[in-house]
Design a binder for this molecule. Structure first.
Ligand code: NJP
Length: 239
């Protein structure tokens, strides 16, 4: 069996580019998102160049389904080599007092709790790999605080803590490495929704970022608990 990679939010944007990159590098990509049509399109593209993929049309916030997905991956491969927690939601850009409770709950479910549920469902499978690699896509919004980005910033700060905690829990007991990746502004639907006046042509693309993220997933990647910052092309250590 070759390397098996689970990528969330693979139907478009950054996740789609990462799924294609990992498939080109020889991984069997398990591509998860809600929209089935774009996933089928991705499947055709990957198998078209001789790659391997399995598509999973799922809402990442349907937590029981993540446990079931873990059971399916266990049954088929007995391991997971790469987990990319990329699915994310921008949520409302509004002052904190105006955020609706359901909006707050949804963004935490999708951006934070789903990633913890993935860790919970995939931990044994990542440890069963001889070089388990886990990358969570975060955002500079977590530390470059500005008005109206509250729910998103809070959710990404939580993702940072989640990844670093998982790194601390795996560092001495497994071959698992856990990284954060900050894409910076990239030409995607999410960025266009956040910055409607911006010219997308001025932005770098998910296809430029994907090889850098894929490098964090290679078996020879040795770092854990750090953040790869694409805008500066630097590794950032905490503390
Ligand atoms: O976002 P977008 P990006 N269950 O909206 C999926 C971070 N980031 O590629 O379900 C399952 O184009 C959705 O699929 P679908 C950002 O925070 C970005 O820009 O079919 N999947 C789609 O595939 C996020 O964490 C920038 O609608 C769900 C994907 O997620 C990651 O990068 C800068 C889902 C979202 O595609 C990808 O963002 C930065 C659910 N409930 C951080 N909800 C940037 N673009 O500039 C959504 O610093 N998805």
């Amino acid at each position: 069996v070759g390397r098996v990679a689970l990528v969330t939010g693979a139907s478009r944007g950054i996740g789609r580019a990462v799924a294609l990159q990992l498939a080109r590098e020889g991984a069997h990509v398990v591509a998860l998102a809600r929209a089935q049509g774009p996933l089928e399109f991705l499947y055709d593209e990957i198998t078209g160049f001789g790659g391997e993929a399995t598509i999973v049309p799922l809402d990442v916030a349907e937590f029981d389904n993540l446990d079931r997905l873990g059971a399916c991956i266990h049954e088929r491969w007995k391991k997971l080599d790469i987990l990319v927690g990329n699915a994310g939601l921008l949520g409302p850009l509004t002052p904190l007092p105006h955020v609706e409770p359901q909006q707050w709950a949804r963004i935490m479910d999708v951006n934070v709790t789903a990633n913890w549920r993935l860790v919970r469902a995939m931990d044994m499978l990542l440890r069963a790999s001889d070089a388990g690699r886990c990358v969570f896509v975060t955002s500079g919004a977590a530390w470059r605080i500005k008005a109206y980005w509250g729910p998103y910033a809070v959710s990404k700060a939580a993702v940072n803590a989640l990844a670093r905690t998982y790194a601390a829990e795996t560092v001495n007991t497994s071959n698992v490495k856990v990284m954060l990746a900050n894409p910076g502004p990239l030409r995607t639907d999410m960025r266009a929704a956040a910055m409607p006046g911006e010219d997308p042509q001025t932005l770098r693309t998910p296809e430029e970022f994907a090889p850098r993220l894929a490098a964090l997933c290679r078996p020879d990647w040795a770092e854990t608990g750090k953040l790869y910052d694409f805008p500066t092309d630097r590794l950032i250590e905490f503390e």
